[in-house]
Design a protein. Structure first.
Ligand code: SF4
Length: 462
């Protein structure tokens, strides 16, 4: 394209200054066929589709492995912290010993393998396992891009109370970028769990998430410190995650599954794979930006989020300025005032989500793609109060399946079995939800995190 542009430039200049440029005008040696990208695009799409097909079925394995890995790393770290330095860590079958470290590295817990003497930073392993789990979950449940994930802040988690029913709709605000519109995504219960685990991990004794500055690679500016959801402490500094660190986390998470691709090589996964899987699995749109703007409007952002007591005013101002700057890079028609009909349609969408056995989780402006066969649908969030109704549906399906088998209605048996599997899954979801809600969460005692290198003597110095 560049070479062709050069030849075209020569032809254009020749019309303005024929004596100077005319002798250089010749036919471009790059033919039309050579710049046609259709074939290459088709190949790339086929490659990407193949990638998605390979990764979609293994996603549940990745999710459960990431969760197991973080729980195991947390348990190992906790056990190691309770072990005397120099002694074997219980539960490791004698393979790990807590290492003796200098006071300077006191906030880190080290262990060494008894067989090889190799030292392992258990604090870092736990941190890595947690953030890999968090990244996998947020990416798979939202389908957002990696740069959008790295820009999520505590302010991005917002809520809207429906004026008619008073129902609270939790939402996740995705900041507008040069290449995509601003969106508000519905927060599912699973996503809410992960977000609350992140917030709980980062939150200081005052309830606020530490503020971390981050560099906008595309706009080449430093953003003011914000309560980013993906940040970590390095030494005494809070640093935002980088795209490289995010990729490293995902590589570690997929390597732990031991999965291989069709060529027999270890499977790899990138943040964008989750987006493709998400789109393939369940097409979900965010709210249109002009409605997002009204909900996240400047007027009531602080009162609705309840952050006033937690964050200084300038942090909220910085967040507003960040969103305003990004909005200014988008076409202005995206932020027109919604019409009466559009606003009514928005409210009606959330009011119409209630179905007999729970709540429909489909996104705004998306139609029901499953013809209201809610019991089979992955988007249904079953209501624990409706357990008996789901049981009734399940029993009815069992009876109908038995009748269809008896009468030889084989065409119907298959469909009934799919519905039956769906009903049983919904019952399992209800049980899991009830169990999760009955577990008390140990929040621990708030404490002051000591920076690395702080000793008893320096701590005592006023
Ligand atoms: S079938 Fe699925 S998408 Fe349709 S209303 Fe029921 S839960 Fe919602």
């Amino acid at each position: 394209m560049r070479v062709r542009a050069f030849y075209l430039d020569l032809a254009h200049w020749a019309t303005e200054e024929p004596a100077r440029w005319g002798p250089w005008v010749v036919r471009c040696p790059i033919s039309d066929d050579e710049i046609r990208k259709a074939k290459e695009r088709k190949h790339r799409k086929a490659r990407m589709d193949q990638r998605t097909r390979e990764r979609l079925p293994v996603l549940p394995v990745l999710v459960s492995t990431a969760n197991r890995r973080r729980l195991a790393a947390f348990e190992l770290l906790r056990t190691a912290q309770a072990t005397e330095p120099g002694t074997v860590i219980p539960g490791t079958e004698g393979s790990l010993r807590r290492a003796v470290t200098s006071k300077a590295a006191g906030h880190l817990t080290w262990a060494e393998e008894t067989a090889t003497g190799r030292r392992r930073n258990l604090s870092f392993e736990e941190e890595e396992a947690f953030w890999a789990f968090a990244a996998v979950e947020v990416l798979r449940l939202t389908g957002i891009r990696n740069e959008e994930l790295l820009e999520l802040t505590h302010h991005s988690v917002t809520q809207y109370r429906l004026p008619t029913t008073g129902e609270i709709v939790p939402l996740l605000q995705i900041a507008p970028s040069k290449t995509d519109t601003e969106r508000l995504l519905l927060v599912s219960p699973e996503l809410a769990d992960v977000l609350s685990a992140i917030v709980r991990r980062l939150r200081g004794p005052a309830g606020a998430i530490p503020l971390a500055p981050f560099y906008d690679v595309r706009e080449k500016v430093w953003n003011p410190p914000m309560p980013l959801l993906f940040q970590r402490q390095i030494g005494t500094e809070q640093r935002a995650f980088t795209p490289t660190f995010l990729r490293t986390l995902l590589i570690g998470a997929i390597a732990a599954t031991g999965l291989i691709d069709s060529a027999g090589a270890p499977l790899t996964i990138s943040p964008h794979d989750f987006r493709r899987i998400f789109v393939t699995d369940a097409i979900m749109n965010g709210l249109p930006p002009h409605i997002a703007q009204v909900i996240c409007g400047h007027k009531n952002i602080d009162t609705r989020m309840g952050y006033k007591a937690v964050y200084p005013a300038e942090t909220i101002e910085a967040h507003r300025a960040f969103i305003a700057r990004r909005r200014s890079t988008r076409p202005s028609e995206e932020y027109r005032t919604p019409t009466e009909e559009e606003w009514d349609a928005f409210l009606a969408h959330f009011e119409k989500r209630k179905v007999s056995i729970g709540t429909c989780g489909r996104a705004f402006s998306t139609p029901c793609v499953h013809e209201h066969a809610c019991v089979r649908c992955a988007l249904l969030r079953p209501d624990p109060d409706q357990r008996s109704r789901i049981e009734e549906i399940r029993d009815n399906l069992i009876a109908r399946t038995a009748e269809a088998e008896r009468e030889g209605w084989l065409g119907e048996v298959e469909g009934l079995k799919v519905s039956l599997a769906g009903a049983e899954e919904k019952l399992a979801q209800v049980d899991a939800l009830v169990k999760r809600q009955s577990i008390a969460v140990e929040l621990g005692m708030p404490g002051v995190r000591q920076p690395a290198g702080t000793t008893e003597a320096t701590r005592a110095t006023p």
